[in-house]
Design a protein. Structure first.
Length: 789
């Protein structure tokens, strides 16, 4: 088998086993285009992976001005040379023939080519008119956890201080808003406590709603190498499907989708009952233990077994595994984040680790995981629900401090309400108070819930839509102005992975045609709008990636995410470095919470928290009373059933997610031959018993319908729990024969035709993991089995 096929069939590659506390061995993964010999590579340009949040360090191989391959960086702390399949092959998408190479503007209903001056002139003119007529709240930005830090920060400054709108959010809202919120609720501030190196030291690893094998394959390789080494960790997996993680787990709990909180409350009940909690130590570091204990007093395994449909003995076994751990690493992701009690359930994972004393030590850690490569940066830079530098919008001193950094009047910076979440921005557009929406690096016409509604919002005559992307995506097709962006490999900047590791990713080749980096586009806009600070100087005073990075460093100074000790040169020399990195800690910081909870006091915290059931903001004085000494907060919450339960018409629970071979809406991975061949079309998973009950067989074309709409795909028989149907959400319409969606009313193939406009009350993250659905046959044996799995 050729090496390239091997990494499709065996995505994790060969094992390099190691024992507890030993360094993870190096294994360098390389892929060069067929026919390219290693000695003919002219340059290797340092970068990091941009198709997930792991931050795997790599070098881009360049020959004759083109990208011809990649290789992992042997000495980087994150991956020690390894790369997942999306990174090995994904770079080929950069050179796709259908990249956008010119701006497009809508004329007489059609998108036609225009020059940059015309396109940007239109955007600036419309902005000025709207500011004059309707004020800053008529403009909104929907951005991405995929722009670089320098770009996200520049956008946040433009939106918050240049225009003065509160309507800026990222697709991070769909992704890791709950990670941020769960960390804020418990520790007062965002900032991942743990480190990937905790995998090296843990004796127990628990993955909650996290299919790491497919979504962070390099992190999973690290776990696999421990599992094959001496003294392997024990594994707990909580997932309604038998994922590759579940197949390696010592205990696999497969709850009904949407019942995570009941399960967590039972696990807490059990570890408390069995005496695993050192109450004196907990009281020293946390408040709220008595309330938590009372809240879970009745939550026995037998109680949760009913709700979750998981055997009570299995829940008790999981609790024993957790309670017996000496070094427990817990990870959490979308199986928890994308449901109706997302924050409440994720916070219970923090509680579990706190009760067991499992934070701030090697092997004892929490990873409230990120998904996108730069999700962390949208949160830090103020493009996803908070003010830049984790400043608290409810704290006038924090707002004043930000105004000082920007040299603007504090009243310029909107802070009368929390920054507007994405779905609310779309709601304002639907209602007509938002007149311009600038979308960068995200494809909401495939990735937001209830697509028929999203399409109708974006197609409105009265809404001026700007889309900044690499391709004419389903979203760009609905735009008034399309701006062609440069991407990874074609521009320079930094980004930060899920364990706070910052990497520099450098330009290797020129962007195609007239495409420009997001930073250059935003700087051009700032110039045209002539944004000024308080002294009459330019508000956006930087002009390239290094000067933008320096501006962000000034904004981050003294904050939890302090970047002041970093520089491009240091990142070039050392590879990934974890923030905070300052003159005092020039090596960066491997773990947070090693010495108490530094950012939970009322004066410094990023938020005063929210009610976990209603989402209502806690006021400062209540927070002060609750947590006078700035400790961790153990917050309890009562389980409530999902908002949409199965019924006679819609008997299944629908949940959606990912495959290892594709990234999101496939704008890149769908254009890569190896990856696309591995999973070319939409599919639907049922267990054998449910399929038999419906008279369906593998390969049948089926339709999944919810009250919102339908999506069609080929049936796969898989190890999902009974009564649950799973589909990936990757498939939109750009590569269907028509190139766009069939007429409204006809069934589509995108999973989000079926998902619901509803969100977690605390994090405002949409519910992609729970809905009620029916599955019906469309045509017998119409498909091949739709690829590898
Ligand atoms: N290959 C690949 N990797 C990626 C991405 C990608 O698109 N493709 N995207 C990146 C991004 S942005 C993200 S956010 C991450 C997401 O990474 P993950 O969260 O690992 O991925 P998902 O498949 O969305 O969901 C994880 C698991 O949740 C399970 N699940 C569904 N409902 C429930 C439930 O009610 N309870 C529990 N406990 N589990 C449930 C699903 O069966 C699924 O296996 O991946 C990142 N990495
Ligand atoms: N049903 C369901 N829906 C989901 C999820 C789910 O699990 N189930 N998961 C949700 C999650 S976690 C996420 S993160 C979202 C992801 O949803 P999206 O953000 O919509 O997905 P992407 O396909 O990554 O979109 C990124 C876009 O940016 C473009 N792009 C790439 N690089 C650059 C660049 O450098 N500059 C610019 N300007 N553009 C660039 C790409 O071509 C692409 O069109 O989907 C969410 N939707
Ligand atoms: Mo995500």
């Amino acid at each position: 088998m050729a090496a390239r096929e091997r990494r499709i069939v065996d995505p994790w590659g060969e094992r390099t086993p190691y024992g507890r506390g030993e360094p993870w061995p190096v294994r360098v993964d390389t892929h060069l285009a067929p026919g390219v010999a290693r000695e003919t590579v002219e340059r290797w340009v340092p970068a990091a992976s941009l198709l997930h949040s792991n931050g795997d360090a790599m070098d881009i191989a360049v020959r004759k001005g083109r990208i011809v391959g990649v290789r992992g960086r042997a000495h980087d702390r994150v991956n020690r040379g390894r790369l997942g399949p999306k990174d090995l092959f994904g770079w080929q998408a950069n050179a796709s023939r259908d990249r956008l190479t010119h701006p497009l503007v809508r004329r007489g209903g059609r998108l036609v080519e225009a020059d940059w001056d015309t396109a940007m002139g239109l955007v600036a003119e419309r902005s000025r008119d709207l500011l004059a007529e309707h004020g800053p709240s008529s403009l909104g930005f929907y951005t991405s956890g995929q722009l670089f830090l320098e770009e996200t920060y520049t956008l946040a400054v433009i939106a918050r201080a240049g225009l003065g709108t509160n309507h800026i959010d990222g697709n991070t809202r769909l992704c890791t808003a709950t990670a941020a919120e769960a960390l804020k609720e418990t520790f007062g501030c965002d900032g991942q406590p743990g480190s990937y190196a905790d995998v090296d030291h843990a004796d127990t690893i628990a993955l909650f709603g996290h299919n790491a094998a497919e979504t962070q394959p390099v992190l999973w390789m690290r776990v696999l190498d421990r599992l094959d080494g001496p003294d392997p960790p024990r594994l707990l997996c909580v997932d309604p499907r038998a994922t590759p993680v579940a197949r390696r787990a010592d205990v696999h709990l497969a709850p009904r989708p949407g019942t995570n909180l009941a399960l967590m409350n039972a696990l807490l009940h059990e570890v408390i009952r069995a005496g695993h909690v050192d109450e004196r130590r907990v009281a020293e570091h946390a408040v709220g233990f008595d309330e938590l204990r009372a809240a879970v007093a009745e939550c026995t395994p037998a109680w949760a077994a009913e709700i979750c449909d998981v055997p009570a003995e299995d829940i008790a076994a999981a609790a024993r595994l957790l309670g017996g751990a000496r070094r427990l690493l817990s990870t959490v992701l979308q199986g928890f984040y994308q449901s109706h009690q997302a924050t409440a359930a994720s916070v219970q994972v923090n509680n579990l680790n706190l009760l067991l004393g499992m934070v701030g030590r090697p092997g004892a850690g929490i990873l409230q995981m990120n998904g996108q490569p730069t999700a962390q940066n949208t949160r830090e830079c103020g493009a996803n629900g908070d003010l830049p530098g984790f400043r608290n919008w409810q704290n006038p001193d924090h707002v004043a401090d930000l105004a000082r950094v920007w040299n603007v009047d504090p009243l310029t910076i909107p802070h009368w309400a929390p920054p507007t979440p994405a779905l609310q921005i779309f709601r304002y557009a639907e209602q007509g108070s938002l007149h311009m929406l600038w979308i960068s690096g995200t494809n909401p016409a495939v990735s937001l819930p209830e697509l028929a509604r999203i399409r109708s919002v974006l197609s409105q005559e009265r809404l001026f839509v700007v889309v900044q992307d690499l391709f004419l995506t389903e979203t760009a097709q609905l735009a008034d102005v399309v701006l062609p962006a440069a991407t990874w490999g074609e521009k320079t900047g930094t980004f930060t992975n899920a364990d706070r590791t910052v990497h520099l990713s450098e330009q290797a080749v020129a962007p195609p045609g007239e495409a420009r980096s997001d930073l250059d586009i935003l700087l051009d806009y700032a110039r045209r709008m002539d944004f000024r600070d308080r002294s009459g100087g330019p508000l956006v005073s930087w002009h390239d990636p290094p000067s933008a990075f320096a501006a962000w460093q000034r904004c981050s100074a003294g904050r939890p995410c302090d970047y002041t000790g970093l520089s491009y040169d240091l990142l070039r020399a050392r590879g990934g470095i974890q923030w905070p990195c300052t003159a005092q800690v020039p090596e960066g910081t491997e773990r947070l919470l090693t010495d108490g909870v530094p950012w939970a006091a009322a004066e410094v915290c990023e938020t005063y928290g929210r009610d976990l059931i209603t989402g209502a903001s806690v006021d400062p004085s209540t927070y002060r009373t609750l947590n006078p000494e700035g400790k961790a907060v153990l917050k309890a919450a009562e389980y409530l059933p999902p908002h949409e339960e199965p019924s006679e018409d819609f008997p299944f629970r629908l949940t959606t997610g990912r495959t290892i071979y594709h990234f999101h809406t496939r704008t890149k991975t769908g254009r890569v031959p190896e990856l696309n061949a591995a999973a070319p079309d939409m599919w639907v998973e049922l267990c054998a018993a449910d399929a038999a009950g419906l008279g369906l067989a593998a390969g049948d074309l089926v339709e999944v319908t919810t009250p919102r709409g339908s999506a069609r795909g080929v049936l796969r028989i898989a190890d999902v729990r009974r009564g649950t149907v799973f589909t990936p959400f990757h498939y939109g319409y750009w590569d269907t024969p028509a190139g766009h969606r069939p007429p409204e009313g006809e069934p589509g193939r995108a999973a989000n035709e079926t998902t619901v406009t509803d969100w977690d009350p605390v994090s405002k993250q949409p519910l992609y993991k729970t809905a009620a659905a029916r599955v019906v046959l469309v045509a017998r044996g119409a498909g091949t089995e739709g690829g590898t799995r």
